[in-house]
Design a protein around this ligand. Structure first.
Ligand code: DAH
Length: 346
């Protein structure tokens, strides 16, 4: 019994003093391991006389449980201090900026197209869509441009291989959004107020001002007693809303087979307010779009009676508008895929 007391005292003291998990483990082996001191005593019980054996057995087991509990308590304490020590070694700066995520953005042409659509729909125009692969008929004949007409040379066309249709002719990549004038009149009849934004294609050598793939916005208004004055008012209003300031417009004569009379519309240069600068080539005006009163052949092609209705149409390039607005000097940036360009318009 005396030995037992000594053993208990020694064990408790050593456990108390243990500084690390490995040294605690060593102590556990020393007392409770297979060859440990307490284990040995338990094994030696059988050598005691029977009258003492029971009592000694109980005492030994009580001590064993007590030591086991003390070991596991101490183990938990040591684990906790270990963790705290590690944490205080690692400095974590919560003000450090996180890893930035790359986000996508809407292309500047699409952003502008949306603005154009919003303004025109506020003025009662519907937004119409049409095929990019178009028939020769809608792209040319329906617009009063017959096969042998020199006006076809104005637009270098991508033709799609294949047998021509007897009525529709060959398939082409549309060279302008104008084919939708006839398509819309066929579909919706008169009166009509619509714009068609979309992608167009020309078989063109590219340079800073020319691209084989670009975007146009077509507009058309058909009603009774319509004149060019309405067009002038609508375009002045549209451009002023888009640029957020009063814009002037002017007409010059121009030739397009699908309008009569045909004209071109310029707007007052926004950079110099009409005084003359590099962008407007010192004229004070920026060339903007083609327009005119819709030719009666075109009205008829669309199933509209020219005796009852008149109308006008216009077409402008979206790239031109964006280039003017942001001072971009090369049209090839738009489709070039260079993120340094694209990301400026996030
Ligand atoms: N489609 C013409 C082009 O691509 C632009 C145009 C001119 C459209 C006059 C029109 C218009 O609607 O009336 O060059």
């Amino acid at each position: 019994m005396e030995n037992l007391d000594k053993l208990k005292k020694e064990a408790l003291q050593l456990i108390e003093k243990a500084k690390s998990l490995p040294s605690l483990k060593e102590l556990e082996v020393k007392f409770l391991g297979r060859k440990g001191q307490l284990t040995t005593l338990l094994r030696d019980l059988k050598n005691l006389p029977e009258n003492k054996r029971k009592r000694a057995g109980q005492d030994l087991n009580i001590l064993k449980t007590e030591l086991e509990n003390t070991f596991s308590k101490k183990e938990k304490t040591l684990e906790k201090t270990d963790m705290e020590a590690n944490l205080s070694k690692e400095f974590f700066d919560t003000t450090y900026p996180g890893a930035e995520r790359q986000t996508g953005a809407i292309h500047i042409l699409s952003q502008t197209q949306k603005e154009v659509e919003d303004i025109f729909s506020q003025m009662g125009f519907m937004i119409v869509d049409g095929p990019e692969i178009e028939s020769e008929y809608y792209n040319f004949e329906g617009l009063n441009i017959p096969a042998d007409h020199p006006a076809r040379d104005m637009q270098d066309t991508f033709f799609i291989e294949g047998k021509p249709d007897r009525k529709q002719g060959r398939l082409v990549l549309r060279t302008h959004t104008s084919p939708n004038q006839v398509r819309a009149m066929e579909k919706y009849g008169a009166p009509l107020r619509m714009i068609v934004p979309g992608r167009v294609f020309r078989n063109e050598a590219t340079d800073a001002r020319h691209e084989h793939t670009f975007h146009q916005v077509e507009g058309m208004l058909i009603d009774k007693e319509i004149s060019i004055a309405t067009l002038k008012g609508i375009m002045k209003e549209f451009l002023s809303r888009l640029f957020g300031k009063e814009v002037e417009v002017r007409f010059r004569p121009g030739y397009f087979p699908f309008v009569e009379p045909g004209m071109e519309l310029d707007f007052s240069c926004l950079l110099c307010n009409g005084k003359g600068c590099r962008v407007c080539k010192k004229t004070g005006w920026v060339e903007f779009m083609g327009a005119g009163m819709t030719h009666e052949h075109v009205l008829r092609a669309g199933g509209v009676d020219p005796k009852k209705y008149q109308g006008w149409a216009f077409g402008f390039g979206l790239e031109r508008l964006v280039m003017m607005r942001y001072g971009i000097n090369d049209i090839r940036y738009f489709q070039g895929g260079d993120l340094r360009f694209i990301n400026q318009f996030k």
